[in-house]
Each structure stands twice: as C-alpha cells, then as structure tokens.
Design a protein around this ligand. Sequence first.
Ligand code: FAD
Length: 454
Amino acid sequence: MTDQRPSIVWLRDDLRLADNPALTAAVTRDAPMVVVYLLDEESRGIRPLGGASKWWLHHSLDSLGADIAARGGTLVLRRGAAEVEIPKLVSETDAGAVFWNRRYGRSRDIDAALKTSLRDDGREVESFRANLLFEPWTITTQEGNPYRVYTQFWKSCLEQGVARDPLDAPTSIRGFEAASDDLDDWALLPTRPDWAGGLREHCAPGENNAHERLEGFAEDVLESYHRRDEPGVEATSGLSPHLRFGEISPLQIWHRLHAALPREAQANAAKFLGEVGWREFNYNILFNFPELHERNYRSAFDAFPWADTPEWEIDAWRQGKTGVPLVDAGMRELWHTGTMHNRVRMVTASFLIKNLLVDWRVGEAWFWDTLVDADEANNPANWQWVAGSGADAAPYFRVFNPVLQAQKFDKGGRYIRRWVPELEAGEYPLEPIVDLAQSRRDALKAYDTMKATS
Ligand code: FAD
C-alpha cells in the first residue's frame, strides 16, 4: 500500500493547471491533494504586491479555483508567513509530501529552510523548474560566472536547447478537506475608491485567457511583431501579466512558437522569443543579485548625484501631466489599463531618471504599484537598464528625447491622441515642466560628477 497521506501542492507564481510540474508530481504520487495558495505579505524577502497586481491575483485565483473545482478538487487559501503557515498546514493534514515550483529572488531562502525542516520531519519535499526555460545556475560563462551581456547569455541558452515538452493538465484532482479563507475576505480588489474600471475593460486574467491570448497572438499578431516598437500598432503579445502570475509557462510559449510556423513568421518568432529571453536574463540577474530593486547593480551609481526634485514634479509624472505628450500618454495608459507599451516604458522611465534627475527606485516603486505585470525581475532590471546602472544596460548618456521618439515610433500620433485627447484640439494646453535640452545637459553633467567621484 502506497503512502496515502495527502500531498500538498504549494502554488506561488504558477497559477495554472497545465505544465505545472509540482501538480503533476502530486498526481503521480496518487494520494489526495491539498492545493494551496498562501498570501504571504510577512516573510522576510517577500515584496508585498502592488495594487494592480493584487487586482490581477484576485481574478487569477478565482479562475483557478473554478478550474480545480471542475476537476473535483479545491483550492485552499491561507494567509501568513510561509515559514509558519506551511508547517502548520503540513501537521494539520499530516501531509506525506510537499511539492512546489521554484522561485528565484530572496524568497529562495524561505523555500530552502522549509525544504530542510520538512524533510527532517520525515516529509517528502520536491521543487521543480516551471517558470523559466533555463535554470539560472545552468547558464554560466566558461569560468562559471553569470553572464553580464544579454546576447552571449541568450546564445548560450539557445545552444543548450529546451529539453522537455509541456505537461498536460490533470483531468481530475482528488481533493483533501482543509480549512480555507474566503477570497473576498482578502480584500485584494480596490473599494473606496474603486479605481479598477480600466483594468476590468482591458485585462482578462486566468489560465484559459492566457492561452487564448497566445493563440490569437500566434495566429494574427505575430506577423506584425517587427513593428513591436510602435505603440499605436497591435504588434505584441500582451502575455506579460500571464507570465508574471504563471498562468502560462515560457515552455508552452516556446513550443507554440516552434510549431509549424510559416516561413515569413519565423524571423518574428525568433525576435519574440528573444524578448522572452530578456525575461530569462533578468531572472538570472535577480538570482545572482537578489537586492535588484534596492541597489544599483553597478555600484559606481551609488555616487550618482540625484537632484532634490520637488514632489509636485514627480506627481506630474505619475499623473501624466508633465506637458510632454508621449510621456503623459504613457503614464495615463498605465494608470488606466495597468500596462504600458514597452517603448513608452523606456521613454517615461528615461524622462523621470534623466530629465527630472529622480532616482530610478522612485519610478520602479510606482510601476510596481500600478502595473498588472509588475515583476520582481523584469521591473527593477528594466529600470536599471534605463538608468544605466544595470547589467548590459543602456549607456547613461543615451537620453531618450520624447519628442523625437514620438516622431519616430508614433508617426501618425495615433497612440498619443488616444491617451491625450486634448491634443485633438490643436496645441497641448500643458507647458512642459522641464526644458528637455537643458535637463539633458544637466543629466550629463551629473553623470560626469559620478564618474569623477566613483
Ligand atoms: P512582448 O513583446 O509580446 O514580449 C513577450 C514577453 O517577453 C513579455 O510578455 C515579457 O515577459 C518578455 N519581455 C518583453 N520585453 C521585455 C523586456 N524588455 N525585458 C524583459 N522581458 C521582456 N516587463 C514585465 O513583465 N514586468 C515588469 O514589471 C516590467 N517593467 C518594465 C519597466 C520598464 C521601465 C521597462 C522599460 C520595461 C519593463 N518591462 C516589464 C518589460 C516590457 O516592457 C514588458 O515585458 C512588455 O511591454 C510586455 O508586453 P508584451 O507581453 O506584449 O511583450
């Protein structure tokens, strides 16, 4: 008789049934299952979710709970610090095994400590690769160091190749009775005020929606991917929040994009997978430098003389009222939809860091709170990329000019007019809060000061 003590599947950033190795391990073990999501806002190393992410999480859990119920199981919801709550759940249910998919930031310490203590307590514990194509410790230079340059990193990944096929979703889930919180009691959705109207219009969380999006992208949008830099064109996948919450795996995306594509789509597919490769690269950086959202990756930037920018200027940036049309369009898109086009993310970030001389951490925190795809690797790594302080970053002296960027990437002004409708009437009524040319010169001077002092 096999061990019939239940298995615990501890879900984190992997809110899906298909291609979920931890779940498959529990199905294979063939004992009843406690599938649990733990809302952990307390453990050291856990960065509390921002408002837009909480909204997404609520709907993602709601949808996953329904999918699990349709297969005969239950999604158990618990709240608290993992190092307390997971052992509590294990002893409450007398679980024989605990399975989870790996994380890569500071939360790794929590997982490692739990693995040891649960094993010491006689439980089987296994963790799996699920949310990256390549484990960070397997992609290193010949000397065994992490790559600092993306192209070399991605080349090395492609040489290694992707090993396995995606796993199927279980057809049935044998549940095990365990007390659960009520999702609504977590109050993840905004109430007074309810600012999520735009998110409801633009976002469709959940595993099924993630796959629908991938299918729609592969069928209809991929052919335009070479225009991915144009914010007024629908040319990208919109998969980032689905990847962030693990509603879809990069492996599933990889396989879909390799499946019998017409010849003319192949260059676009390679470019697209190269962007998924940036995500892998950023996780590699996070794995090796878990302080990524707090500290400059290049320590020379610790000496950067950030200006004492008045709060009202930063607020004007947050609210899309800087008087610079492309910047304002982007910041309004972000507030309304919980997302922003990649090119415009670069322009708005550059404006805050270089034209207003504000520390990148201030902008990173705002994006963290307002993006539905706010990601512990991609957000700080990209902010540091724009700042020049990151790995393989844009050189600091490359200051985006938002006027030229708009002329180049939003030629007909379609994107800007959508988010800044005041422009339809002709002149933009807001004056720019800074002089672009002068602030650029000031930024370069500040950079020289840093170089001289570091
Ligand atoms: P696609 O072009 O369809 O790309 C497919 C996938 O590749 C994306 O879903 C994403 O997972 C990955 N990807 C694409 N571009 C990048 C990139 N530059 N770096 C890393 N991965 C990439 N992305 C996040 O997922 N979360 C964030 O919090 C985040 N913050 C950012 C902050 C700044 C300042 C900047 C400049 C970029 C940020 N990005 C972030 C990267 C990028 O803007 C988004 O991933 C992209 O806009 C998502 O749209 P998409 O899914 O349609 O992208």
